[in-house]
Design a protein around this ligand. Structure first.
Ligand SMILES: *Cc1c(COP(=O)(O)O)cnc(C)c1O
Length: 724
């Protein structure tokens, strides 16, 4: 199954301003939205009426005029009004003033797609309940797979309710694949077969001679085709008829002591005498522990790898842990986070792949790599042009990263000019301008390495600007469907010659291979329309991603400039502070999330430096600040959100999660001690910079730099907290 992608002119796509796709903070495009939503509804009405047009009406005009009917409608409208009134207490996620959680605008195509889908109400669990939208889901899967660098013909991608489910499903598939070599060895022993296989170190050997360590460290690529190898062996060497071979293997799988889905983990772990370990950086989303819990690994099996001061996985630590693993432990999976939830940091997937290669060679141990790109997956769209096709792969990763940085134009300097005006509106001084670019080769290399991960999570309901619920899980090999299908169909097609992962599997359904049951076809249509209109390439969705990445960089520059311009901020905001202060960004954003802390400062000559306040003081200051830049959903009065000028979110770093040693650079930049941090932790302000319109807002007629205004508001608020 391969999608027919509409031919699209990249140059045209590039010229469409991003604001075309959104309602706008003042609902500027309300007329267009009304017209198109009406259009979808009218179209739907005609579809109904044209089905057996001679059928009589059931809800007659007179019935619709009856008092009883009218009473019902009155009740509906009055409750509707009440619910609409309650919704006014909603926070303005769409506004450029909302720089808090991972929430923003929804795109017009996604809303139209969802609305249309909702009317038809398909259930994408099966084609019978969704004759159209299952196909659309598979097409979206191909587009997203291609964006990530997978071969859309060999991989398997589908939509689910979100990143949590996607992570669980990916680890579920990893679990299923990990025990295949045991099942096959069991079969070979029972039937006295001389089946030769290739373990992690690449040295071919009879499977019956491999020990548990070698079997559990099999390459996922090999595990996924092992049943086919076995079937081929039975047919070629034993002269068994293909059908008979299939039946024998299926019967064996069903009864195997290593059928983890059927037997559960307890027996298998007892038999093996080994405990699973899942490695993930200390910045992991809590869904990873949930997955370990649900899959029977136990959340204790999740081992946090320390982070670097950039909040990326410290791969040296991973390497030590992997190579130093105890004999009675095995690796169930290693996760790379592409955009951590709190910091937007991108783990160096390319380095994790190198560790895997080293483990294969040194200790005959391979492992499943899952990339949790729920947040950062769409950044891959920056690296794809329609013309190039995602799969072309030439030269070294370094060369490729450089090429992509240049092509994506991210080096293009961005000048941030903070012009502070006096009471008469005149610019006070001509400030130096700062340029910034989104061009870290490590981030590029990691994104370009996604294609080598065994599975990937991406959330369209985050940076895809699609309504909830829409997550995506993508597998490098479509063969996982054969393991996840409740009925074993592994060898339905044995194929000619050698069997390898580069063989196609026909996937024309969704339901049999997924964790969830009923699920909205509307979500598939929303994703389909969104990604068809705005393709997942540099000139399409990449523009959207790029503008947010650059906006995040701008916010960081604005926060840094504050320290240089402190006195001017005072003059402009009209607040005189008893104590100088400033804002310290904790790192350069890898994606588009900015973490920062307000810190009391002291003058050293003409320069402001951290005053060396205790963390109790610093945390209290930031808590106070947070309360002025957020609303408590439980206690905010209805009107509060109309006067709330800006929203940010927050997080707390503690030594148990990020050790003082691992983030010592960050602590130094704040002028706080490691001991103090171990004792009190660090309260951090956090801004997800994902509104698509910051750049356009700076242009006339709006001419508003919301991120600069945010820093001014932070200045006023900090001053107020300090005085209070
Ligand atoms: C958001 C997120 C998840 C969970 O996704 P949901 O869609 O909320 O279930 C998992 N991992 C990361 C890195 C995330 O940012």
């Amino acid at each position: 199954m391969l999608s027919q992608r509409p031919e699209r002119n990249e140059a045209d796509a590039a010229q469409t301003p991003l604001s075309t796709w959104f309602l706008g903070p003042k609902a500027e495009q309300a007329d267009l939205w009304r017209e198109l939503i009406q259009y979808v509804f009218d179209d739907y009405i005609h579809w109904r009426r044209n089905y057996f047009p001679h059928d009589p009406v059931i809800i007659s005009r007179s019935a619709r005029r009856s008092d009883a009917h009218a009473d019902g409608i009155d009740r509906l409208t009055s409750d509707l009004d009440r619910s609409l009134a309650r919704l006014k207490a909603h926070f303005p996620f769409y506004s450029p003033r909302y720089v808090a959680h991972m929430l923003s605008e929804q795109s017009l195509p996604s809303v139209l797609g969802y609305f249309a889908g909702m009317l038809y109400n398909p259930n994408n669990v099966t084609e019978e309940a969704a004759p159209v939208t299952v196909q659309l889901e598979l097409e979206v899967g191909c587009w997203i797979a291609e964006m990530l660098g997978y071969d859309p013909e060999l991989s398997w991608t589908h939509i689910c309710s979100g990143g949590t489910i996607a992570n669980i499903e990916a680890l579920w598939a990893a679990r299923a694949s990990q025990f295949v070599p045991f099942i096959v060895k069991e079969f070979a022993v029972e039937h006295g077969l001389d089946l030769r296989v290739t373990p992690a170190n690449g040295v071919e050997a009879p499977i019956v001679e491999l020990d548990n360590q070698a079997l559990i460290g099999f390459r996922p690529d090999e595990s996924l085709v092992l049943f086919k190898h076995l079937a081929r062996h039975l047919v070629d060497v034993r002269g068994v008829a293909p059908k008979e071979a299939m039946r024998e293997i299926n019967d064996h799988v069903a009864d195997s002591a290593f059928n983890v889905g059927k037997r559960g983990f307890l027996k298998i772990h007892q038999a093996l005498g080994m405990q699973p370990v899942i490695f993930v950086s200390a910045a992991a989303h809590y869904s990873v522990k949930k997955a370990a819990d649900i899959l029977g690994y136990g959340s204790d099996s999740v081992r946090a790898v320390p982070v670097t001061p950039q909040f990326r996985m410290d791969v040296e630590c991973l390497k030590d842990a992997v190579l130093g693993l105890a004999d009675d432990e095995y690796i169930a999976a290693v996760l790379a986070i592409i955009g951590t939830t709190e910091e937007g940091a991108v783990d160096p997937l390319h380095d994790i792949l190198r560790v895997r290669q080293q483990a294969a060679m040194q200790s005959n141990r391979f492992f499943w790599i899952h990339a949790d790109a729920a947040w950062g997956g769409y950044f891959a769209s920056l690296l794809r042009s329609n013309a190039e096709g995602a799969r072309r792969w030439e030269g070294s990763l370094d060369g490729l990263a450089r090429m992509h940085i240049d092509e994506a134009g991210a080096r293009e300097p961005l000048h941030v000019e903070v012009t502070v005006r006096d009471a008469d509106g005149r610019p006070r001084r001509d400030y130096r301008s700062y340029s910034c670019a989104w061009d870290d080769p490590e981030v590029y290399k990691s994104l370009l390495s996604l294609r080598f991960a065994d599975s990937i999570t991406v959330d369209p309901h985050k940076l895809g600007y699609v309504p909830y619920p829409a997550g995506v899980v993508s597998f490098r090999s479509g063969f996982v469907t054969e393991l996840l299908a409740q009925r074993a169909q592994y060898i339905s097609d044995i194929g000619e010659g050698g069997v390898n992962i580069a063989e196609r599997v026909e996937i024309d359904a969704v339901g049999p291979y997924i964790l969830e049951g009923s699920k909205p076809g509307a979500a598939a249509l929303a994703c389909w329309l969104a990604h068809s209109v705005v393709p997942l390439s540099r000139a399409g969705h990449g523009q959207l991603i790029r503008t947010t990445a650059i906006a995040a960089k701008r916010l960081v520059r604005h926060l840094e400039l504050h320290r240089l311009l402190f006195e001017d901020y005072e003059a402009v905001t009209g607040v005189e502070s008893s104590q100088p202060f400033s804002f310290v960004p904790l790192m350069e954003p890898d994606t588009n999330i900015v973490c920062f802390v307000a810190v009391p400062m002291a003058w050293r000559g003409a320069e402001l430096v951290p005053a060396g306040a205790t963390l109790e003081t610093v945390n209290a200051l930031n808590r106070g600040l947070y309360s002025r830049l957020s609303l408590d959903p439980d206690s905010a009065p209805m009107a509060a959100n109309y006067v709330q000028q800006f929203f940010v979110s927050r997080t707390e770093f503690i030594d148990e999660q990020y050790s003082a040693e691992s983030i010592s650079e960050v602590l130094d930049s704040l002028g706080v001690t490691q001991d103090d941090y171990r004792c009190h932790g660090l309260f951090v302000l956090r801004s997800t910079v994902m509104n698509p319109l910051y750049a356009e807002a700076q242009q006339p007629p709006s001419s508003t730099d919301y991120l600069a205004e945010l820093v001014q508001f932070l200045h006023q608020s900090t001053s107020a907290v300090i005085c209070a």
